[in-house]
Design a protein around this ligand. Structure first.
Ligand SMILES: [Zn+2]
Ligand SMILES: [Zn+2]
Length: 222
């Protein structure tokens, strides 16, 4: 009986390790496999895939994980419990996420070019999960380049409507969803609301032309 309990505990511990760290074994192996299929001459396409990942990461986080109901529910667990690795992601579900990208890359660009792009996308994903793991679990020195990434991501956890890029803040700047851009937009909106409240209503202005307390924020670019 005692032996059975020990075996069950070991098995649970093993599966927990696989869920949390399996990607750090399987993804590098997949990158090597697809990069091998592509060959050295297609290294530039690996870089294209890597850069494309930063946009995929931004769009998925902003529009899928913060708006699509099921994904939002799962992602909210991570926002609510950032220190819990079980609420972050599971390596067991990675094949489901990777499969559509593999089908698209290989289907559109062919086996060799598609493998190069896929290797780049997977390299981007590997960097993303490593950086995300580090910002939540490692003590980061303020002089480290990871420090600004950690601060940016913690602001996202706190405010939730800005700083969607984890590995890079580039797309947040382009799409005006950085914390600074969102704060400026809110400030402008509050000022214009305060201005409208101070301004006396003219006789030709309809009474319901704006609701009191309504904040109108210009939609972000992306
Ligand atoms: Zn996070
Ligand atoms: Zn989020």
């Amino acid at each position: 009986m005692k032996r059975a309990v020990i075996l069950m505990n070991r098995s649970a511990h093993w599966w927990q390790w696989v869920r949390h760290f399996g990607d750090f074994v399987t993804i590098p192996l997949a990158i090597l496999t697809f990069a091998g299929l592509a060959g050295l001459s297609r290294l530039y396409l690996v870089v294209v895939g890597l850069l494309a990942w930063t946009l995929v990461e931004y769009l998925m986080h902003r529009f899928v994980f913060h708006h699509f109901p099921l994904a939002r529910h799962l992602h909210q667990l991570h926002h609510d419990h950032p220190a819990d690795p079980d609420s972050e992601r599971s390596s067991l579900s990675t094949p489901l996420v990777v499969a559509p990208f593999a089908l698209l890359s290989l289907g559109i660009a062919g086996v060799e070019d598609g493998s190069a792009i896929l290797a780049g996308l997977l390299a981007g994903y590997l960097i993303f999960i490593a950086v995300h793991h580090a910002v939540h679990r490692w003590p980061v020195n303020p002089r480290s380049p990871l420090y600004s990434i950690k601060l940016r991501h913690l602001v996202h956890h706190h405010l939730e409507d800005c700083n969607f890029g984890v590995t890079t803040g580039f797309w947040d700047v382009i799409c005006r969803s950085s914390a600074g851009a969102v704060a400026k937009r809110r400030l402008r909106s509050r000022r214009s609301l305060a201005g409208r409240r101070r301004r006396p209503r003219t006789s030709y202005e309809p009474a319901g032309s704006h609701r009191q307390g309504e904040e109108r924020t210009a939609p972000p670019a992306c």
